[in-house]
Structures are given as structure tokens and as C-alpha cells.
Write a protein that binds this ligand. Structure first.
Ligand code: PMP
Length: 437
């Protein structure tokens, strides 16, 4: 029946996950493997799990909707569940008169938003097609999303397919290129962006707080208001990628709120369904929607009724349990614990972040901030050591100029307790010492 050697259980799965424990069950911020070992979930997978594991009411909502009507195609019938989800979401979104296009994940949402931006200009007779994005950004794995991503290592094998993106500087305070840093950095970045916004630019896409690419980089106070102004003045649509930062992760429903920014388009995923169902969202303003008119676009699982049911249930849990405020409160405790445990370490260059999205950047030399040679795979080794110590943690390998570095990225479920984040910091510090002394 089978062909060749597949190396035991799961050998037919594409991912080469040799040596990893197998998850058995999970609850709250704890995952248990098939040997009964418990792991604190320090990153909710790839910063996906927002409401915690094992929330029965979300499971029930998914099952109930699947039983009622799992699927109708949006060109054939409306879904009451999708309609209700968009209406419940609308008041929470930092977008004027928002229109919600549900898809299956972040990359699909990014592709959808970029096509919306192009369609918006085209419908008004403008040949704007260039997208501007930032160095070190991560926006997804599909070809369009990879092209707007600014990570050289990820792009290199596929370069013949890429190249339509113009690259702006990233607000990365630890490695800020602004000449007068730390003064006036945001304004400096906005001026650099302005120079790139020629008449052929359709959109500027960026994360409010850089997550998977650079690792929890929070811009200064000036950055977002100045960037939003520049985009508006140049007629360029602002696309906020809130795939990682949305749904309470940073202590606000959406991270744009920290700076009062109202993007023309917004994409989200991850925390929208907390991993209970594949769900992403591309949102545009009513103005953009009206201008686009007919939009020929779609995926097999766009506007999925079960996805909408999962999204509604997650919204309810986030609201009823006050998890957005908890993210701000417990995030501050996590920050303090990380600084206490890791602050003086010889390889810890920077501890940063906002809410329950935190990054610890490891460097070979504190004085020069030189990263470790990527071949040493320092972040990956710390992640493995952390797992041995009962902590699941994610990492990012981006530096602002597209080079690779080592950042440990923390984004635990928003239900994590103050006591648990203290243990997260303690285990992470032990893992860093296991690898780097
Ligand atoms: N944008 C950002 C900011 C992300 O963090 C990610 C996923 N890490 C994506 C887009 C792509 O989302 P997905 O993996 O769901 O396709």
C-alpha cells in the first residue's frame, strides 16, 4: 500500500516534525502531550490562540452551525451567520463604515486586501498598481503576500516570481536608521515613505506593531499619525495588517487604536477564531467598497458559515471575560518579569512589545548589536530548550534590513494569569542560559 520508508507514525505528513512531542489535549494556557507532560503555551502557537484552549462554548457554536448549515456559496445564498458576524464586528473595527470579507486565514486576507486596493483605483480610472511595504515585514506565504513581505531569506528562492513591491523603512527602535534617533524617528520614516509614494502607488501595507517579521517592534508616538497623513495626502490606501495584532493582542481590540489610526483596509486572522477554525478577514471602508463595484474574487471557503459562528463565539468570549483589558494588564506583568529575569544577560539586546505581544532580541555583541550568525540557529535552539523546560515559544528571525536575526516572540493566550507569565519568563530565562550560558 505505502511506498518507501516514512519513519513511523505521521510519516506521511509533509512537515518534518521529527523529535517533537505529540499534543494530546489542552486547556487555558496549558498544552499536554501524549506522555502527560504539561507545557505552558507562551506563544499560542504562532500567536494564534487568543481565548485559550478548550473553550467549550466555541466548540458548541461550531458544531451547532455545522449541523444547521455548514456551507453555502456566497454567490448563491446569503448566510445569516456571516451577516450577524460582520454586524457584530463592525463597531469594534477602526475602519469607517467597515465592510467585512471573511476568508480562511491571513495570507488570503492580505491577497484580498491588495486586490481590493488595486480594484479601488482601477474602478476610478487610475493606473495605480505598486504596493509599498516595509523592510523585515511578514505578510504571508502566498506569492502576493510573500512579495510584500520584506524578509530576504524567505524571498530568495522565489525571487523570479517576485519584485513588484517598493520597500519602505521599518520603525525598528532597536536598530533605528533615523539620524537623530531617538528624536523624530516617526517623522523621519514618514518622510522616507513620502518619497516612495509616486502616482503609480496603490497602497501602503504595514503592521501597526511588527510581529512575526521583526518581533514585537512598537513604533514611536509620531510614526502612525505621520504615516497616515502622508498616505492620505498622496491618495494611497493604507492597509493595516492586524493578522497578529488584532482581537485584543496588544491591549486594544485592534492595535491601530493606540494611535487613533483609521486605515482604508484592514486584515486580521489568528485571534479572530483563536485557532478553533480557519478564519481570516479582509475589511475595507464603505468608501472603498462603493468605489470598487463588482469584485470578481473568492476562495472555496470565503464567507464560511462555520467560520462566522466560530468568530462570533470568540468575540463573545473576548468581551464577556474582559480579555482585551487583561492583555494590557497581564502584558505589563510579563514585560516586568522578562526584564527582571533576562535584563542583564550578555546576549539579551532588547526586551520590547505591547500588551501580550513581547519580543526578546538576542545578539552576539551587546555593544555593536551584531546578530549571531544565522547558521548557529540560536533562536531555534532556545525554542527547543524552552520546550524541554515546559514552555512553548515562537520565534522570529527578521532584522529591519531584511537580514536574519534571533527574536523570541511571546504571545500567550489572553487568559494566561499573572502567576503563569512569571513562570513563562523564568523558563525562558533558563532556556536562554541553557543555550548561551
Ligand atoms: N500577516 C501577518 C502580520 C502575520 O503574522 C501572518 C502570519 N504569521 C500573516 C500575515 C499570514 O497569515 P496566515 O499564516 O494565516 O496565512
Amino acid at each position: 500500500m505505502s511506498s518507501g520508508s516514512t519513519g513511523g507514525a505521521g510519516g506521511h505528513v509533509f512537515a518534518r516534525a521529527t523529535g517533537l512531542p505529540t499534543a494530546s489535549h489542552a486547556g487555558g494556557a496549558v498544552v499536554v502531550d501524549t506522555d502527560g507532560r504539561e507545557y505552558l503555551d507562551g506563544s499560542g502557537g504562532a500567536v494564534v490562540t487568543s481565548i485559550g484552549h478548550g473553550v467549550g462554548e466555541v466548540v458548541d457554536a461550531i458544531a451547532a452551525q455545522a449541523r444547521k448549515v455548514a456551507y453555502v456559496h456566497p454567490t448563491a445564498m446569503r448566510s445569516a451567520e456571516v451577516d450577524a458576524y460582520a454586524d457584530e464586528l463592525a463597531p469594534l473595527l477602526p475602519v469607517d463604515d467597515p465592510r467585512v470579507y471573511p476568508v480562511s486565514g491571513g495570507s488570503e486576507a492580505v491577497e484580498t486586501a491588495l486586490k481590493m486596493a488595486r480594484a479601488f483605483h482601477l474602478a476610478q480610472g487610475r493606473e495605480r498598481h505598486v504596493v509599498v511595504a516595509r523592510g523585515g515585514a511578514y505578510h504571508g506565504s502566498t506569492r502576493g503576500a510573500l512579495d510584500v513581505s520584506g524578509r530576504d531569506g524567505l524571498r530568495a528562492p522565489y525571487l523570479p516570481w517576485l519584485g513588484a513591491t517598493r520597500r519602505a523603512t521599518a520603525p525598528y527602535e532597536y536598530r533605528c536608521p533615523a539620524p537623530e534617533h531617538p528624536v523624530g524617528c516617526g517623522t523621519w520614516h514618514a518622510r522616507r515613505l513620502d518619497e516612495l509614494l509616486t502616482d503609480d502607488v496603490a497602497a501602503f501595507v504595514a503592521e501597526p506593531v511588527a510581529g512575526a517579521g521583526l518581533g514585537a517592534c512598537v513604533p514611536d508616538e509620531e510614526y502612525w499619525p505621520a504615516v497616515a497623513r502622508v498616505c492620505r495626502e498622496r491618495g494611497v490606501l493604507l492597509v493595516a495588517d492586524e493578522v497578529m495584532t488584532g482581537f485584543g493582542r496588544t491591549g486594544r481590540w485592534f492595535a491601530c487604536e493606540h494611535w487613533g489610526v483609521r486605515p482604508d483596509l484592514l486584515v486580521a486572522a489568528k485571534g479572530a477564531s483563536s485557532g478553533y477554525w480557519p478564519l481570516g478577514l479582509a475589511v475595507c471602508s464603505g468608501r472603498v467598497r462603493e468605489a470598487i463595484g463588482a469584485f470578481t474574487h473568492g476562495f472555496t471557503n470565503s464567507h464560511h458559515a462555520v467560520g462566522a459562528a466560530a468568530g462570533r463565539a470568540v468575540l463573545r468570549v473576548l468581551s464577556e471575560r474582559g480579555l482585551v483589558a487583561a492583555s494590557e494588564r497581564v502584558g505589563a506583568v510579563l514585560d516586568a518579569c522578562l526584564r527582571e529575569r533576562l535584563g542583564g544577560h550578555h546576549a539579551v539586546g532588547d526586551v520590547r512589545g505591547i500588551g501580550l505581544l513581547r519580543g526578546v532580541e538576542l545578539v552576539a555583541d551587546l555593544a555593536t548589536r551584531a546578530p549571531f550568525p544565522r547558521a548557529e540557529r540560536v533562536a531555534e535552539r532556545v525554542v527547543a530548550a524552552a520546550r524541554e523546560r515546559g514552555l512553548l515559544v515562537y520565534h522570529s528571525t527578521g532584522c529591519a534590513d531584511g537580514r536574519d536575526g534571533d527574536v523570541l516572540l511571546l504571545g500567550p493566550p489572553l487568559v494566561i494569569t499573572e502567576e503563569q507569565v512569571a513562570v513563562v519568563a523564568e523558563r525562558l530565562a533558563l532556556a536562554v542560559r541553557d543555550v548561551l550560558g
